[in-house]
Design a protein around this ligand. Sequence first.
Ligand code: IPT
Length: 975
Amino acid sequence: MNRDPLDPLTALRPWEAPEVTSWGRLPMNAVDRRSESLPLDGDWRFQLLPVPDAPVGGPWSSAHVPGVWTMQGTDDLPQYLNIRMPFAEFPPLTPSANPTGVYEREVSVPADWAGRRIVLQVGAAESVLLVHVDGRPVGISKDSHLAAEFDLTGLVAPGSSSTLRLTVVKWSDASHIEDQDQWWHGGITRSVLLYATDPLHLADVTVRAAYSGELRVDCRVRDAGGALPEGWYVSGDLDGLPLTQDTEFDRLNAEDERVSDFLGEARMGATVPEVRTWNAETPELYGLTVRLHRSDGTVADMSYHRIGFRDVEIVGRDLLVNGERVYIRGVNRHDFHPLTGRTVSYDDMRADLVLLKRFGFNAIRTAHYPNDPGLYDLADELGFYVVDEADIESHDHAHEIADDPRYLNAFVDRVSRMVLRDKNHPSVIIWSLGNESDYGANHDAAAGWVRRHDPTRPIQYEGAAKLGWADPGVASDIACPMYAPLEDCVAHALSGEQTKPLIQCEYSHAMGNSNGTLADHWAAIESTPGLQGGFIWEFWDHGILQRVSDGRPVGRGGAGLYDNGVAAPGYRWAYGGDFGERLHDGAFIADGVVFPDRTPKPVMYEHREIAAPVRIEAYRHEGIVLGNHQHFRGLDWLSGEWELSLADGRVLTAPAELPDLRPGQTAAVPLPFALPVDGGEAWLTLRITTAREEAWAPAGTVVCLPQVRLREATVSAVENRSGTVQVDDDGLLVHPLLAAAPALSLWRAPTDNDELGGMALRWRAWGLDALVRKVVDMRWDGDQVTVLAEYAAEVGVVRHVQVFTPVEGGVRIEESAELPDALADVARVGSVFETVPGLDLMEWYGPGPWESYPDRRTAPVGHHSVPVDELFTPYLRPQESGGRNGVRHFRLSAPDATGIAVALDEPRQVSVTRFRAEDLSSVAHHDQLVPRPGCVVHIDAAHRGLGTASCGPDTFPSYLVAPGVHRWSWTLRAL
Ligand code: IPT
């Protein structure tokens, strides 16, 4: 069938008409029809047109709905861009090449739907949806992240079949306000379904459930014409508790016979005695059923809601949930999947949220658009505070669009439809007007609509807040900056001028090996009234699973082709540029706290400890002081076990009795062990686990591992000389288990922060990546050898001294490096050496077991044992990885127990991997790495913090490596 040239939908050219946000689309509402619908998901006939008004006529292929065609075998592949638009045309114009997907299928309409109202729901389509039934135009919708409903009554015939066509135009005026930092795709990304109702039906239900237990339910009914018949009424119950009818149907148009969409509204209510209130820690939900009755009492329509009783308010500069100033431990989350692009299943979303719960997160910003409806059900159920964000980001043309009246409708439409959809979710505590779209009259118009429609929740918008964090005149009730330096936040809170809660909408950019200073942020947040938290950028590394051989996305069939954050051989995680995009923003799309397969990165463990609900406040003569850092819960849901680690390897355990503490309380508990007099440094860990099954974790899941040092390390005596040391003619240590002798290292494979923050550029300019060692002196003093080497950097010479002394079973190495002042802020100062193959197990005493760095090191000190291959974190773009901070001593051993033992003079940054720094810095993808058979070992006297400079502040000055003299010493022994 060819497209009718007179088809009114295409004739309108709605893809270049920002004023047209929809046509023929039903109003958004909060009545969930998913459970009683006819699903239309599956394979549809499909063809991809080069432009929206090209004739349909080519051969049909097939495409899966929901799904993006950019991941289903077409030549239109994903493209990653952050800020820049993928085409040069100014808003509202579109490029001349505009891929347009035509989806078609037959739909058999059940015979028993005769006489009923029949509605099509398209979950989401990007970016313009045109609907036809049997060739007849039905409607248009925009907003790629909200559902569109169309009334098909009279267009389809119950008992027979109709042809449903959904045409999806990729580029439109709307693309200019959907310029989020993510992959560009095209397609239908959420489910399509059909449902039927009585012609007179519940059009919307609005629930207000307060902390006091007061419930108000407003019901609106609608008919496609006609008047509300006498005697119809609503009823409701809350888990069996009947609601009272507060107002009967107020007939809006029965008398004057004006044609109105709404026929009437009625209000019901209840006061719930001893109400179990909702908060993110104890997300108590009630089941609300609303029924619309005919005059004879039979039920014409029904709506079911899971609701939660809670209050949200801003008092002074505090955001309060149920009167409590809760900390917002948030993350920004996109709807993302490495096989389907943007289509996420309920199970996927549940897995996301379960993981976040297990790692101490309690809040989500739905960056940067309304997420799949299932996410909000899960957030209600599992307990998250949600900042619900409208689908508006005009980043590339932000200034033009914010005040462009042609886009006014779109702003109000997108914000209001999100509110209409999500208003009954207790998890949603704040509405966000969008992201990175400057600030203009269009925002104020949308904010005005929200303030009238839902006065129960605050609004936030970063673009407005940045005009003045305390400015009462801007459309943001929250001071919600992105990537603000911590000192600015603290200064604002201390200035006496703060008027709004300060909750960063984005902070701690998680690109690659990152999130340095997260613990410092939280130390400041928890000690500075006025600071209440923030949302880490972001949850996902958006790597798409790609076949290396042909560069194609694998798509839906790829399950099982990845594990533990790594793609199987022959596959990789694609980032910007990997699909041959001419314009792209590279690995900036890989900036999440989880890998594309949801494997947590080390920062997740760091976060879990930072968010610990139970903490060891102090160790005093009366015992260990424990504190409850939750807002609403006691400790009864937790179990504890004490673990005492001594430096000499002994570990003692004992069950812990957790005291009965209300939120904010502390109590001392007796020390569970008599501290052995010997054994050196001693650390006491409280292993906190879930006592019973939680909705998000089985019993026994680790919740946090708070720790306190009971005794400092004792300084060990200087060792007696014994044996001999061998160095070669170049002054390099000769040792049977070392494949490369210890040399100086000032370089690390640049992290994304190092690259984008400009440090790597400087380091390369200084020549630190290719320093050449030159021996300038060697001296023997009996059996002790001193070697002086020089490394000439572009800006000065680094002098490195190594003193080798034979000791019992090995060699002691005392080193110093003198960096000229010009070498301020290098990556590391330390030794690097390589072992022979076969030493595949690392055991160490220090923080762990997860990866840690000087500014990301909240890991408990103890004895850890990890295979060398698992020490390395497979960041998508290879970079410095696998470090362990604060290591006191470690061994590398073979299965036959041969190997080396290294004792450090003081806790040092150590890394043991299969890769030299240059191995990592010379490739772009993890699959290009070739592991070396031996171990590459770094022992650093100083190692630069990670910071977050790829987008946001660098690390703090205290975590930088200073020039001048660095000294370190260590002992190497054979096992
Ligand atoms: C900010 C964006 O809001 C977010 O979508 C993402 O792009 C993030 O940065 C970086 O990954 S915008 C940035 C220009 C501050």
